[in-house]
Design a protein around this ligand. Structure first.
Ligand SMILES: Nc1nc2c(c(=O)[nH]1)N[C@H]1C(S)=C(S)[C@@H](COP(=O)(O)O)O[C@H]1N2
Ligand SMILES: [Mo]
Length: 423
């Protein structure tokens, strides 16, 4: 497990300041984000000079508000995943939800003046809401919703797919509170020809070009109108962490988390499939028909990812533990399947030769992961692996090995494995 130290990060940032024509405002903003607090007298700090609290700190890079064991995959933009054993809670705590940024997050959030604009070709009118208006005008709902990056598991693809090398930790299932996206869309008025919604957030493009979006994705109108799709301001009954989209974000459970727009400022109701940044080409799209690994696929043969496939995690024990021979070992984890339910979870301790069914809880609501638990013991000393395999309500199970190769390495739902040394 390699972690970047603060030293490296800070160097990168100072370097980036010069190379990428960073403004001093950007520099101060990123230093404040790293420190997790506002720099008083920031105006007097020379451009590129690193706050000593950061420079003298040899600790692993820590993202403000996030657990120190999150594994940082990239620092510009910040991307960090959660080791499986840290996802053991039924409801993912805020400090353990992964971070996936495509651009530079906003730093100064003015809650009182933050607005959400809803417009578009298929909107009856344009409406602008303050956060206070959203809160007072619409009914509040709370749901536990699974967010999984479409690229979770990318690290295993061969030939290697470009992008963050996520292993298993770009997933989580916190409790979200907000208003229904459907209620807001209906308040604006949806024309009969509406086919899609798209979002725009306040983060900026890595290039610094204000005319470019870091990401602007969306979902078909049918999905947007489901009860569980939220415009959320709270996560686990508290303000959403800045890195996860404070003060407002979309939460589209069960779909690639790239559809859950953070720092949400604008929603468009479209009369065509939304064509914002990262909707086209190979972004969040996979070959419509399976292809051989390494194949070049034409744009028109690529299809947008809809609901995420069936998947599971073993969150206890942590991979690599030592276990006493013939002693019971409790196992725990979660399973999820996009818009579907999980029907069954099985575990194997003999590399898939035999399987035993474990106890599976019902989902607390649609698009929430389901908790499972079981128990095993081992008759001989030596190396074992525990494998977990979930089956969804259509009878579709996780593959044992890597599923269909695709250019950007999306949708790897192969079985999770943990190592056990029996002594
Ligand atoms: N505005 C904005 N929204 C965004 C992103 C982003 O970079 N900017 N990243 C998307 C992607 S690709 C993912 S996987 C999720 C990650 O959500 P999280 O960082 O809260 O875990 O946010 C999505 N929403
Ligand atoms: Mo993502």
């Amino acid at each position: 497990m390699t972690k970047k130290t603060l030293g490296t990060i800070v160097e990168h940032t100072a370097d980036a300041a010069e190379k990428q024509g960073f403004t001093r405002r950007d520099f101060i903003a990123s230093m404040s984000a790293l420190l997790g607090s506002r720099i008083v007298f920031a105006g007097a700090l020379p451009l590129g000079m690193v706050p000593v609290a950061l420079a003298n700190n040899e600790q692993a890079f820590k993202i403000a508000g996030k657990h120190s064991e999150l594994v940082v995959l990239n620092d510009r933009p910040i991307n960090a995943e959660t080791p499986a054993h840290l996802l053991d809670d039924k409801v993912t705590p805020s400090d353990k939800l992964f971070v996936r940024n495509n651009g530079i997050p906003p730093t100064e959030i003015d809650l009182d003046n933050w607005t959400l604009t809803v417009e578009g070709e298929s909107a009856e009118q344009k409406k602008v809401y303050s956060i206070a208006e959203l809160k007072s005008r619409f009914t509040h709902y709370s749901y536990q919703l699974t967010l999984e990056c479409g690229g979770n598991g990318r690290a295993e693809f061969s030939p290697q797919a470009k992008g963050n090398q996520w292993t298993t930790g770009a997933v989580g299932c916190p409790k979200w509170t907000g208003v229904r996206l459907a209620d807001v869309l209906k308040d604006v008025g949806i024309k009969a020809d509406a086919v899609y919604i798209g979002y725009y957030g306040k983060d900026s493009h890595l290039s610094g070009d204000p005319s470019k979006q870091a990401i602007s994705r969306g979902v078909p109108i049918q999905k947007a109108l489901e009860d569980e799709c939220l415009i959320a301001w709270a996560m686990n009954d508290e303000q959403i962490p800045l890195m996860n989209g404070h003060p407002l974000r979309l939460v589209i459970g069960g779909w690639p988390a790239s559809t859950s727009g953070k720092w949400l400022e604008r929603i468009v109701i479209r009369d065509q499939v939304h064509d914002g940044a990262k909707m086209l080409g190979t972004a969040y799209r996979v070959p419509c028909k399976p292809v051989a690994p390494g194949t070049k696929v034409a744009d028109e043969d690529m299809c947008i990812i809809h609901a995420m496939p069936v998947k599971s995690l073993i969150t206890f024990p942590k991979s690599g533990i030592h276990q006493k021979i013939k002693q019971p070992l409790k196992l725990r984890g979660h399973a999820w399947a996009g818009d579907k339910e999980i029907q069954q979870v099985k575990i194997s301790k003999d590399f898939g030769q035999t399987w035993q069914t474990v106890t599976l809880a019902k989902a607390v609501n649609k698009n929430a992961w389901q908790h499972w638990q079981g128990e095993v013991s081992f008759d001989k000393t030596g190396y074992y692996e525990i494998w977990a395999k979930a089956t969804d309500s259509d009878g579709i199970s996780q593959p044992m090995i890597l599923p269909g190769w695709n250019p950007k390495g999306y949708l790897n739902n192969a079985c999770h494995r943990v190592a056990i040394q029996v002594v």
